[in-house]
Design a protein around this ligand. Sequence first.
Ligand code: PLP
Length: 377
Amino acid sequence: MLDLQRQYAPIQQELLDALASVLESQQFILGASVAEFELAAARQLGVAHALGCSSGTDALWLALAAAGIDPGEAVITTPFSFFASTSAILRAGATPLLADIEPATFNLDPKAVETVLDGPRGAAVRAILPVHLYGQCADWTAFTRLGEERDLKLIEDAAQAWGTEWGGVKAGALGDAAAFSFYPTKNLSAAGDAGMVTTNSDDVAERVRMLRQHGMRRRYYHDELGWNTRMDGFQGAILNVKLKYIDGWNQARRAAARRYHAYFHAAGLVETGPYPAHGIVLPHEVPGSRHVWHQYVLRTPRRDALREFLTERKIGSEIYYPVPLHLQEALKGLGYAAGSFPEAERAAREVLALPIFPEIREDEQQTVVNAIAEFLS
Ligand SMILES: Cc1ncc(COP(=O)(O)O)c(C=O)c1O
């Protein structure tokens, strides 16, 4: 599914040198390497502030808390994401309200969000938290309009989306605040857990700095209840090296996605979407966006049988995500049930992510496509 050794090998010495410089400095928490990464990251994304923290989950919580989402207020997000997109809202003391997804992109549907805003709980909503799922931006034109019309904050879950764009603006610079994850399988990845909040607001940035260090502006004087969620120096050093390569890696992902498209079309396997009848529906790039293909996810009706078939042939695949968030045991208290979000539920039954990473070879992709063709025949 993913071979991280192929990324490591060509930059091994650079990474080891970067780690050695942290050891020599003995600055293990935040420190010079994180500060350097924060500056370079902000420059690359075209955003005023980038602040390192200890995971994408904490970045979501920090972004919500720093943007001033208070207990009792509600935040609308998607039921089709990683658990943290919703659990971070609960950790911030707010109430998650869910809205269904668009079947073609799997991203939060602005029309479904509008329905929630017009519904009985709409008045409590302070923010929308769209997720840029699989490396493609949610419909930011529509969310910007909704944010302005309804006076709502927009928080991006950009955990899977380093380098992706909407209308030429990079994810991380679109909303009031954004959260990134550098979990080792992400397209920009650390050597452990790490995350980042980005924002164009001086005020939000100042609050993130304070909240990530137990609410301290001055050492041992705690102004607010924060948390210990700082990026450590080794992760800053690793990420600073990888930041120089991420554009090239994202371009290689885009080339790999184009190859999958071409091979599947050549094999005559492709159905027009959004739903598959017998074959497969390919993922697509929305005009005006720049997909970075963190995942290449197709839809197919006999998904579980196909996955088993691929596994038998030692071909990796993954299901992101098998259970929508409203049907998770831990989130039963939100009060939703089976049938509440039919698009998310259908996607959970049909999606299958295929191997994609910058170094994947053409012959490997052809093997994947051949195996799927064999299964479908
Ligand atoms: C969409 C999404 N949000 C949030 C997270 C949480 O990030 P982390 O695992 O770094 O806490 C992830 C990654 O796992 C994710 O994919």
